[in-house]
Design a protein around this ligand. Structure first.
Ligand code: SF4
Length: 439
């Protein structure tokens, strides 16, 4: 049922008014609530009249609410956006979903492109399925920031890359949002020989015209799995091509740093790893706002380990197996060596897991599955404690991408799995906690 309430917070205004789980919000101040954006906007007033359906007693209540405009009313809806998520109208040449193996969880195949999910969960949207009215609503409701998958500002190229003849008007869309004072985080999936080089330069310079509404642009390399039969023929970056993109970006970054004090465009860590170049220092990443795009993870991990080394307990001993993907292997190995050199009785065996599930060209730890971990470690005599980064798990759960749980891994490998923050923040703390007193 649309707008059904799933949770009522204890002690909240909603509870005081007698709202219960299962009730439905029909309208607020006489306006029908069609989705979460309507709800949030209409509730951001200090006096609201709510029309509520009391489902279990079959009555309609009218509730007058006086509150601070930003005070939490205290309800959660069964459906997070109170509506069906919008799917994308594109058929991108680099789409990762098109390259998934068969038989995964159904929601993983859903191609969402919904500005409401962008606002609520940080999903990226292409803006290709929005009407002018939708954009007006984003501006009216101040849905900011929005995460936009730009890929290129060249209209013809964007039409080709997104395989959508309506995708070419990105500049007009961004302009309208910027005029409406909506902040945008932009992303570019870089495809070798397609939208990099001079095309990248053009895109970045076009996007800079919308500064400060666009403050950061993230560029990530295309991910290619082994399931690409029948799809656009796509290369992946190698040492030479990744270095060339980093050099090109570096010239632009120097200019932007002079103008606005920040590099504006940043390339993800994978580029540096493939190019065999070291990542910039922390000032380059400023507030590390693009960690979700894999930008600055190596830097923050290295600095966090360095910072936390002084808290390593020198009176303990223990053995750990630390697993990671091939991309971060060298960095994690260096961190493990630092820890062991500070306390020789802590040994950390860093194991690189190859991504056989999607294909070995996928190198990031966040796309490793439990299937690969189990297959590659079974019978290898791993330590009593196995540490893995939390980004291998579905957010807020103990479930891997292939639906296998931590408990299954523990059972199969006869180990205790410890989940570490992917920024390395709590690695030393975990080692202190799970090592033993050295008498
Ligand atoms: S917008 Fe493109 S990349 Fe994203 S889901 Fe749709 S087709 Fe795939």
């Amino acid at each position: 049922m649309k707008n059904e309430i799933l949770k009522v917070d204890k002690g909240s205004i909603a509870e005081e008014l007698g709202i219960e789980i299962g009730d439905r919000i029909i309208s607020i101040n006489g306006t029908e609530v069609t989705d979460i954006l309507d709800y949030r906007f209409l509730m951001s007033d200090d006096y609201v009249v709510i029309e509520l359906e009391k489902v279990n007693i079959n009555e309609i209540w009218e509730l007058e609410v006086e509150k601070d405009f930003d005070e939490n009313f205290g309800i959660e809806f069964k459906d997070q956006i109170m509506d069906e998520a919008k799917s994308c109208k594109n058929n991108c040449i680099f789409c990762f979903i098109d390259q998934l193996p068969k038989g995964m969880r159904k929601p993983l195949y859903f191609k969402d492109d919904d500005s409401r999910l962008s606002f609520l969960q940080g999903n990226f949207v292409t803006l290709t399925n929005l009407t002018d009215e939708d954009i007006d609503r984003i501006i009216k409701y101040k849905i900011s920031p929005i995460n936009v998958s730009v890929h290129t500002t060249n209209p013809n190229l964007r039409v080709k890359m997104l395989n959508n003849r309506f995708a070419g008007n990105i500049i007009e869309r961004l302009e309208k949002l910027a005029k409406g004072k909506i902040n945008m985080n932009c992303q570019i999936v870089m495809c070798p020989g397609v939208n990099d080089g001079n095309e990248l330069k053009r895109t970045v310079l076009d996007l800079y015209k919308f500064y400060p509404y666009i403050k950061n642009v993230a560029a990530v390399p295309v991910g290619i799995t082994k399931y690409r039969e029948g799809l656009f023929s796509m290369e992946i970056y190698n040492e030479k091509s990744a270095s060339a993109q980093l050099m090109l970006a570096s010239k632009m970054q120097d200019e932007f740093i002079k103008k606005i004090g920040s590099p504006f465009i940043r390339l993800s860590d994978e580029f540096y790893v493939v190019a065999k170049m070291d990542v910039p220092d922390k000032t380059f990443y400023k507030d590390f706002d693009q960690l979700e795009d894999g930008i600055g993870m190596i830097r923050i991990f290295r600095d966090n380990i360095e910072k936390s080394l002084s808290t390593l307990d020198g009176k303990r001993k223990g053995e750990f197996t630390l697993i990671t993907g091939s991309s971060a292997y060298k960095e994690i190995k260096a961190a493990a060596e630092k820890i062991s050199s500070k306390n020789h009785k802590i040994t950390i065996d860093v194991v690189m897991i190859l991504n056989r599930y999607f294909g070995e060209t996928i190198t990031v730890a966040g796309l490793l599955t439990a299937t690969d971990i189990i297959d590659q470690l079974k019978g290898k005599g791993i330590s009593k404690h196995m540490i893995l980064p939390g980004n291998m798990l579905k957010s807020g759960t103990e479930i891997f991408l292939d639906d296998i749980t931590i408990k299954d891994v523990e059972k199969n490998l006869n180990t205790k799995v410890l989940v570490c923050d992917y920024t390395g923040d709590d690695l030393v703390q975990i080692i202190n906690e799970y090592s033993e007193e050295d008498n």
